[in-house]
Design a protein around this ligand. Structure first.
Ligand code: ZN
Length: 75
């Protein structure tokens, strides 16, 4: 006994119920979080962007200082 019984076993697992889980609301949050805007190229940065990153953008993109690209940024 027992021979050939395994052939009848088929895996039927449907786990697609967790596929769609709130990615739409995340986009709205990201848009709202972008409040630092470069005055020269209008590129938006997250409010959580660190000062060094903004300085690097100013220098690499425009060869300017942070205050010229982000006059509203407060360190
Ligand atoms: Zn810029």
């Amino acid at each position: 006994m027992g021979n050939g019984a395994k052939a009848a076993q088929k895996r039927e697992r449907n786990t697609d119920k967790n596929a769609s889980k709130g990615s739409k609301s995340q986009m709205k949050t990201n848009e709202a979080a972008k409040s630092i805007v470069c005055t020269i190229c209008k590129q938006a940065f997250f409010v959580t962007t660190r000062q060094p990153a903004l300085e690097q953008h100013s220098q690499d993109r425009h060869s300017k200082v942070l205050a010229e690209c982000f006059p509203d940024f407060k360190a």
